[in-house]
Design a protein around this ligand. Structure first.
Ligand code: WT7
Length: 663
C-alpha cells in the first residue's frame, strides 16, 4: 500500500457516514428535507412535480389510474412527444448550446459537438427518412449501434414519429440481435459498419447481417458509416439496405412535426435477462418514463442546464437511455458520450476527458471504480478534477472501501456520492440519498426516494426488523415503472408481482412489486442492497441469465449438461463459472473448452465469456434432481460448503473442488 492509501484508510476507515458538503447543499436542486413528508402526504399528486418538468400538448386528467393493478396508468389522457421535450422546447434559449459532446475513438481525431439546434436538425432529417422508408407510428425500430451520435439521433427520431425503439447493446452477438428482433416483430434496423475498440476497427455490420439471417421476416436496414474509408471493411450490402448519410442528405433541412403521443403510449422496449432463457421485453411509456427520467436527473444527479454532465455507461443499457439521453436532454443540459474505454490509450483517459470538458457530474459503476482503484490514484491525482460537483454509482453494490476511494480521489471529499439502486424495469432511480439532503453511508444505497415506498420483507411478506436481511419490495406504483413485458402480460405478473401480491385483488394496496433482489434494512431505514436472489448474474454491472448461458453451452457439440454460477471477481464483481459434463465419446479437451467459450460469445456476446470452464463427470444434485447452484457457487468462491447431506451424489463435490483448485 502506498502512503496515501494508508492515510486514507486511517482517516476514512472509521467513518461510516458523511454529511453532504455545505457548498453542494447551498446550490442543490433539492435541499429541503421536508420533501419526504410533503410527497408522502400528497401521494400520488406529488408526481405532478415530475410531470411539470415536461411540456404537454394536452393536459392529463388523472395523475394515477390504479383501478386495474398491476396495469397502472400515469398521467392519463395527457399527450406529449419525447423528442419535442428533449429538443424543440430548448431551442429558443439553447439552440447554440451543446446538447451532446461526443468523444470518439481513435483519440484526437474525431470529437463532435452537437448543439441543440444541430441535434434538432439531424433528428428531424432522420425522422423524415424513417417515414420515407415506411416506418409508421407504433412500428418497433431496432437500433444496434455502439456509442456513436447517430444512436441518440435515431432514438429521438423514432420518438418524434411515435415509433418505439428497441436498442440492442452493440456488444451483444448476432444471435442476441435476432432473438430480440423476432420477439419484437421489428421490421426496421439501424446499425453501423463498424467502430473502434482500443484503436482497432471492429466489423459490426458483419455481425448485424449474420443476425438478420436469423430474423424470420423481411427487414429494412439503415447503415451508419462510422469508419473512415481506410479502415472500412469490404462488406457488400444486401437488398433493402440504405446508407444513413445518403438518407439524411436526401431529407436535408426537412422538419417533421412531433407526433402527439398518449402518456401511456410506448416510448421504447428494452430487452433484459431473466430467469428463463428468453429475454424479457420491458415496456416503457412516454409520459411516465420521461417524467421519471427527468425528475430523478434533476433531484438526484442535480443536473442544471449549464452543466456538462458525464455518464460513462453505454446507451445500449437502461442507464444510458435514462441518464445519457432522455433525462439530461429533457432538462436541456450538455450530456457527454464517450465511445472508448477508460484505459485506452492509457489509464488517464477518463480523467483527461473530465478535465478537458470540465464535467460537473460523473455517473459510473462500481466495477469501473474497482478498476480505477487497482490502477492507482496517481492517474486521477495528476488531473484537475475540480469541475466535479457530484459523483454517482449504479449497477451493483459498492463496497465501502471503493466508495471512500471514489469520494476521496475523484471527489476530493467535496462531492456527494449517490449510490443509486434501480433496474431496467424501474425506468429510473429508486433507492438513493438525495445529495443535497441525506447523510451518505458507504455501502448502503439509502432510503427510497420521496414518494416511493419500499420495504425489506421475509419469505411470507412480513417486514423484517431493523438490522435484518430479507427481500426488497416496492409497495406503491411510480411513474417510471415498466407497464408490462411486451406481448406477455402473464409473464409480467408472474415475474414481478405474484410473489408478494394478492393477485386476485383489484385493490392496488394488495399489489407489491418484487425486484428479485435481497436487501438489509438498516436501523435508520436505509436499505443495503445485497444482490439478485434469482438465477441472474451481475457481471461488471451487466445482467446475465444463467439459463441463457447454459443453453448456449448445451448447444455446443460434445456437451451433455451444463450449470452456470457466479464466482467472486475483483473487478467484475461476479464472473461466469461453468461446470460442464461431456457427452459420451467426447474428451475433456482444450478444444472443447474453447468451443464452449466461443459458443457463449456467439449466443450472447463477449460480456458473458466464461472465466472458467470446469469439466466434471456429474453435477451436485438434490435427491429430487435439482442442480445445487449454491454449492457450485461456494466451490467457485472456495468457501465452506456447509451441509451437503441432502445431496444425492456428495462424492462429486470433492472431485469438482479438486479440479477448481488445480485450475
Ligand atoms: C440489478 C438491475 C440500474 C441500471 C443498471 C443495471 C443491481 C443496480 C444497484 C445498486 C446494488 C444494484 C440489482 C438490480 N443493482 N444498482 N446501486 N446497488 N445493486 O440495470 O441490468 O436492470 O440490473 O442491478 O441487483 O436488480 P439492470
Amino acid at each position: 500500500m502506498s502512503e496515501t492509501d494508508v492515510d486514507l484508510e486511517a482517516r476514512l476507515a472509521e467513518q461510516d457516514s458523511f454529511e453532504p458538503p455545505e457548498s453542494f447543499v447551498e446550490q442543490a436542486n433539492v435541499s429541503d428535507p421536508e420533501i419526504y413528508d410533503e410527497f408522502e402526504n400528497n401521494w400520488p399528486e406529488c408526481w405532478e412535480a415530475a410531470a411539470d418538468l415536461l411540456e404537454w400538448t394536452d393536459d392529463y386528467d388523472q395523475v394515477l389510474d390504479d383501478s386495474n393493478p398491476p396495469f397502472y396508468q400515469w398521467f392519463t389522457d395527457g399527450e406529449l412527444n419525447a423528442s419535442a421535450n428533449c429538443l424543440d422546447r430548448h431551442l429558443e434559449e439553447r439552440a447554440d448550446e451543446a446538447a451532446i459532446e461526443w468523444v470518439g475513438e481513435p483519440v484526437d481525431e474525431d470529437n463532435r459537438t452537437y448543439t441543440y439546434g444541430e441535434l434538432h436538425r439531424e433528428v428531424n432529417e432522420f425522422a423524415a427518412a424513417l417515414r420515407d422508408l415506411g416506418v409508421e407510428e407504433d412500428d418497433v425500430v431496432t437500433l444496434y449501434m455502439p456509442m456513436i451520435p447517430e444512436l441518440p439521433v435515431a432514438m429521438l427520431a423514432c420518438a418524434r414519429i411515435g415509433a418505439p425503439h428497441s436498442v440492442v447493446f452493440a456488444g451483444f452477438s448476432a444471435d442476441a440481435l435476432a432473438t430480440r428482433m423476432n420477439a419484437a416483430d421489428s421490421e426496421y434496423l439501424v446499425t453501423c459498419d463498424g467502430y473502434y475498440r482500443r484503436g482497432d476497427p471492429l466489423d459490426h455490420f458483419d455481425k448485424a447481417t449474420t443476425g438478420l439471417d436469423g430474423v424470420e421476416h423481411a427487414v429494412d436496414t439503415v447503415v451508419v458509416e462510422r469508419l473512415p474509408s481506410e479502415d472500412a471493411f469490404p462488406n457488400t450490402w444486401p437488398e433493402q439496405t440504405r446508407g444513413y448519410d445518403e438518407l439524411v442528405e436526401n431529407h436535408a433541412g426537412e422538419t417533421v412535426e412531433p407526433v402527439d403521443r398518449d402518456a401511456e403510449d410506448m416510448l421504447f422496449l428494452m430487452y433484459t435477462s431473466g430467469t428463463t432463457g428468453q429475454p424479457k421485453g420491458v415496456k416503457h411509456t412516454t409520459g411516465g418514463y420521461l417524467s421519471w427520467a427527468a425528475w430523478t436527473s434533476q433531484a438526484v444527479l442535480d443536473i442544471k442546464p449549464d452543466d456538462t454532465y458525464f455518464c460513462s455507461a453505454d446507451i445500449g443499457w437502461i442507464t444510458g437511455h435514462s441518464y445519457i439521453v432522455y433525462g439530461p436532454l429533457a432538462l436541456g443540459t450538455t450530456t457527454m458520450m464517450y465511445e472508448g474505454t477508460p484505459d485506452y490509450p492509457d489509464r488517464n483517459r477518463l480523467w483527461e476527458i473530465i478535465e478537458e470538458y470540465e464535467a460537473n457530474q460523473l455517473y459510473t459503476a462500481p466495477t469501473a471504480i474497482r478498476a480505477f482503484m487497482k490502477w492507482g490514484e496517481e492517474y486521477p491525482d495528476s488531473h484537475d478534477l475540480s469541475s466535479l460537483r457530484l459523483l454517482g454509482t449504479v449497477g451493483e453494490p459498492i463496497n465501502p472501501r471503493a466508495w471512500k476511494w471514489y469520494y476521496k480521489h475523484i471527489g476530493d471529499e467535496s462531492c456527494p456520492v449517490v449510490d443509486t439502486w434501480w433496474q431496467t424495469e424501474t425506468g429510473g432511480m429508486m433507492l438513493t440519498t438525495l445529495p443535497g439532503v441525506g447523510e451518505m453511508k458507504p455501502g448502503s444505497a439509502g432510503p427510497p426516494l420521496p414518494g416511493l415506498s419500499a420495504d425489506v420483507v421475509d419469505m411470507s411478506g412480513s417486514p423484517v426488523g431493523a438490522g435484518e436481511a430479507g427481500y426488497l419490495v416496492v409497495n406503491k406504483p411510480w411513474p417510471g415503472m415498466l407497464r408490462t413485458l411486451y406481448n406477455n402480460d402473464d409473464r409480467f405478473i408472474n415475474e414481478y408481482w405474484r410473489e408478494y401480491s394478492n393477485v386476485d385483488s383489484d385493490d392496488s394496496a394488495d399489489w407489491v412489486y418484487f425486484p428479485e433482489d435481497g436487501a438489509k434494512l438498516d436501523e435508520d431505514g436505509y436499505i443495503t442492497v445485497l444482490g439478485r436472489v434469482d438465477d441472474v448474474l451481475n457481471v461488471s454491472g451487466h445482467r446475465l441469465g444463467t439459463m441463457e448461458i447454459e443453453s448456449a453451452i448445451v448447444g455446443v457439440e460434445g456437451v451433455a449438461e451444463a450449470a452456470v454460477v457466479g464466482g467472486d471477481h475483483d473487478i467484475k464483481g461476479e464472473a461466469v463459472y461453468t461446470y460442464v459434463i461431456t457427452e459420451d465419446g467426447y474428451e475433456e479437451t482444450e478444444e472443447l473448452r474453447e468451443a464452449i467459450i466461443e459458443g457463449v460469445e456467439d449466443a450472447i456476446g463477449p460480456i458473458a465469456r466464461p472465466e472458467a470452464v470446469i469439466f466434471t463427470p456429474e453435477l451436485p444434485k438434490t435427491r429430487s434432481g435439482k442442480i445445487m447452484r449454491r454449492l457450485l457457487e461456494n466451490i467457485a468462491n472456495a468457501e465452506d460448503l456447509g451441509d451437503t447431506s441432502t445431496l444425492r451424489n456428495p462424492e462429486v463435490v470433492e472431485d469438482i473442488q479438486r479440479k477448481v483448485q488445480s485450475d
